[in-house]
Design a protein around this ligand. Structure first.
Ligand SMILES: [Fe+2]
Ligand SMILES: [Fe+2]
Length: 327
């Protein structure tokens, strides 16, 4: 069955691009970017990154050893972050549904959708194999969380607009890259860091694909693309927001320096916006200018908020260090 792209007209008057027209107009860019991606993406074998020799039977059916926390050298922050990252990857069937519905499954778009899905599938497999072989997290809790999270499914906040969808994934792929990368740095296990660096590299290539597509969209439909970028940036949330206990995990991940407002502003939003020269684009119509202004105001506010977060984080970490020193 072929899923036809959703046809909608944006609220920018009769000259506005519909999603169907944009999808057709961008097909050539998709083909070019797909070919570039296939040339630079090096195939890798997830099983080579897993220390299988550390693995052994669990309790239950095989009567092996039950999981307990001291069996792994992974840090508490690493555990929380790895679980959030894995559960996020696990919801791939929902993401595939969302992008296949939006971009279609034909031509270059379809080839990209399937290739991207296959690459993302590798991430969940590799992280789960690593966590189970090294006993880094409670396997029962992990499986219950996966069932609960996937049973909820995922619905895109941007299913109403093709440009919003492209803008979202450009930022989200970079957010995922940074999240995997920093999780690796904080995991306390060099093999985990090595695996997450490999995965982060894939996420970076995904970001480049969508960012280049967004660049082409800014040239074809600058006002609508600017509106989409402003909407997505000002209302951004990670795809894992539906994970059980997400708020608490996100707070630990923020304090621990894996992903927080400062990182979101400096390492995710700004690099994409600067690369596309979003704040310097001229010749916009009234709607594009309004969106660009909104974006500028928002980024200023976010930077200030991130600075307040930095201060609170520094104070909290200093208190923790003082408490530890007094013990
Ligand atoms: Fe991924
Ligand atoms: Fe990705």
């Amino acid at each position: 069955m072929t899923i036809a792209p959703v046809q909608r007209t944006a609220s920018l008057g009769s000259s506005a691009w519909t999603d169907a027209r944009l999808i057709m107009a961008l097909e050539e860019v998709v083909e070019k970017e797909l070919n570039r991606h296939l040339q630079v993406a090096k195939d890798w074998m997830p099983h080579e990154f897993i220390p299988w020799s550390q693995g052994r039977d669990f309790d239950g059916v095989l009567g092996g050893e039950a999981w307990s926390v001291e069996q792994s050298q992974v840090t508490p922050l690493g555990r929380v972050s790895l679980v959030v990252n894995l559960l996020t990857e696990d919801n791939l069937p929902s993401y595939h549904h969302e992008i296949a519905t939006m971009f279609g499954r034909e031509g270059a778009w379809g080839t990209w959708v399937h290739r991207w899905t296959a690459e993302e599938g590798r991430h969940g497999i590799a992280i789960r194999d690593f966590l189970l072989a090294t006993r880094a997290v409670d396997p029962n809790e992990l499986e219950r969380a996966r069932m609960s999270h996937m049973s909820e499914g995922f619905e895109s906040d941007n299913a109403h607009s093709m440009l919003h969808s492209v803008a979202y994934v450009a930022f989200q792929e970079l957010a995922t890259r940074i999240s995997h990368r920093n999780t690796g740095h904080h995991a306390g296990d060099p093999l985990c860091d090595q695996l997450l660096a490999k995965i982060a590299n894939d996420e970076n290539l995904h970001m480049v694909f969508y960012r280049n597509l967004l660049k082409a969209a800014l040239e074809i439909a600058p006002d609508q693309a600017m509106r989409a970028i402003a909407d997505v940036v000002t209302d951004f949330r990670m795809p894992g927001h539906g994970i059980p206990g997400f708020e608490r995990a996100a707070a630990q991940i923020a304090i621990g320096g894996v992903y927080n407002l400062r990182i979101h502003h400096d390492d995710v939003l700004q690099p994409v916006l600067r690369h596309l020269r979003v704040m310097e684009i001229t010749g916009l119509g009234p709607e594009g200018l309004r969106a660009q202004d909104e974006l500028g105001v928002f980024l200023g506010g976010l930077d200030a908020q991130a600075t307040r977060f930095d201060e609170r984080q520094a104070a909290l970490l200093a208190r923790r260090a003082a408490r530890q020193a007094a013990q």
